[in-house]
Design a protein around this ligand. Structure first.
Ligand code: SF4
Length: 431
């Protein structure tokens, strides 16, 4: 018999030190975009009856949904700052009906699977689950206990034992994500500050780079895969919004694939706008590719500049340079492509570093600067490097807007400088 599977996107649960300690409310992170990972997983479970519950949109509806849908499996996804909330929700599910099997996957489960090795969780999915989760559902349906690569059976109190998955192109979905399952939530998937409604499409998975702070690697075992062009075109046509956020960590990681995709978008006469992540060195090495994408609707790019000095970029293993960042900005401005620039503020920033960063952003006329605080996410190289210096282990604060390492400046002053930087950068923001 097919299983009834409820895929759950957890509510916004991150906490904010600047708000709680100093009344600075502008730094709190609110994530609200469609849960594409769950839509993809739902499509891979076509033999089963699947629903998506987005608690970011309807935070109170877990128990009511459990009652009405009566799932056999509840599957959570979680970023690091949501991991503790998911444990609480899993306990709630367990208390409602102890026959329900509970699984967790997503970024935190892939980076630090041991965290979920607890009694309220039954199975942990490590990395992309398009192949492994359906195999697990099938085994559970037949009451079998089989070993599946990339899936760990939790055994609280003992060390987690599992075989890592060797990811391949086959771990990408070939059929379309179940966009229909979030139909009722879609009006809420809006970038509120800019009043922009976005739909999500994926063109690639993973990233060939290995920046020390980044949590993307474990999702694909460090590999990078691109989706078939015809599948991306199909998804772009199916998403009902005029602006599409290509949610890959690195959309143009294989320039030939990106070129082919741009040609296909033009060929099919698709009139949509796109927002994509790109590295600055890709822009510099392939300006023609950026021009080609501009012509078929690339409206904005998100670039992780991270820092403005080579020494800081080197320490992050960014494998990029400040000069390349500046060159990329020139190329993008010449092409009229809006730049969303990501910068990482280290907790050891002095006043002059805040000032230099502000001056850089103003001088380079970056349309929408985004600032996060350097955060050692468990499972990353950065975490291994600085774990002895961490002063705050509570993952609710790992929203990338809190300092979980000691600040050099007085803490309140650090957050005030951070809030000022953000406010200034967003005064005339546009995408
Ligand atoms: S920060 Fe960007 S370039 Fe670096 S590993 Fe992560 S996704 Fe790749």
């Amino acid at each position: 018999m097919p299983m009834r599977i409820l895929l759950v996107n957890p509510p916004n649960s991150g906490r904010s030190i600047p708000e709680e300690r100093y009344g600075i409310t502008s730094l709190k992170q609110i994530f609200r975009g469609e849960p594409l990972g769950l839509e993809v997983l739902a499509a891979s479970l076509s033999k089963h009856e699947v629903r998506i519950l987005d608690l970011k949109v309807v935070p109170q509806l877990l128990e009511e949904t459990l009652e009405l849908f009566a799932p056999d499996i509840v599957a959570f996804t979680a970023m690091t700052c949501e991991a503790q909330a998911v444990l609480q929700l899993a306990s709630q599910v367990r208390a409602c009906d102890e026959r329900i099997l509970i699984t967790v996957g997503g970024v935190h489960a892939s980076s630090d699977p041991e965290f979920f090795n607890r009694e309220m969780i039954d199975w942990i999915i490590i990395g992309l689950g398009v192949q492994s989760f359906p195999l697990l559902a099938e085994a559970l349906e037949r009451g079998l206990l089989v070993e599946i690569d990339g899936v760990a059976r939790s055994q609280a109190g003992k060390k987690l034992v599992y075989r890592p998955r060797s990811f391949s192109q086959d771990d990408l979905l070939t059929i379309s994500p179940r966009y229909d399952l979030v139909h009722e939530y879609r009006p809420s998937y809006i970038l509120e500050t800019l009043g922009l409604q976005l739909g999500f499409v994926s063109t690639a998975a993973g990233c060939p780079f290995d920046c020390s702070f980044c949590c993307i690697g474990p999702l694909t075992g460090g590999r990078y895969f691109t989706a078939k062009i015809e599948n991306v075109i199909r998804d772009i046509q199916r998403v009902p919004t005029p602006v599409i956020r290509l949610v890959d960590a690195n959309t143009f990681g294989k320039p030939k694939h990106a070129e082919e995709l741009a040609r296909a978008i033009g060929h099919y006469g698709i009139k949509k706008q796109f927002i994509a992540d790109v590295r600055s060195d890709t822009v510099v090495l392939h300006p023609q590719l950026m021009r080609q994408w501009r012509e078929i609707g690339l409206r904005a790019v998100i670039i992780g500049f991270e820092e403005i000095d080579d020494s800081a970029l080197g320490a992050m293993n960014k494998k990029n340079s400040a000069a390349t960042n500046k060159h990329a900005i020139e190329i993008l401005h010449d092409l009229g492509i809006t730049i969303v620039g990501d910068f990482i503020i280290s907790p050891d920033y002095r006043e002059e570093q805040f000032e230099r960063l502000d001056a850089f952003v103003q001088a380079q006329a970056i349309e929408l600067p985004m600032y996060t605080v350097l955060t050692p996410l468990p499972g990353t190289a950065l975490h291994r490097e600085v774990r002895d210096q961490i002063i705050l282990d509570d993952l609710d604060y790992y929203t990338l807007t809190n300092a979980v390492l000691p600040t050099y400046l007085d803490e309140q002053l650090f957050y005030q400088r951070y809030a000022d930087l953000l406010a200034k950068g967003h005064r005339s923001a546009k995408v």
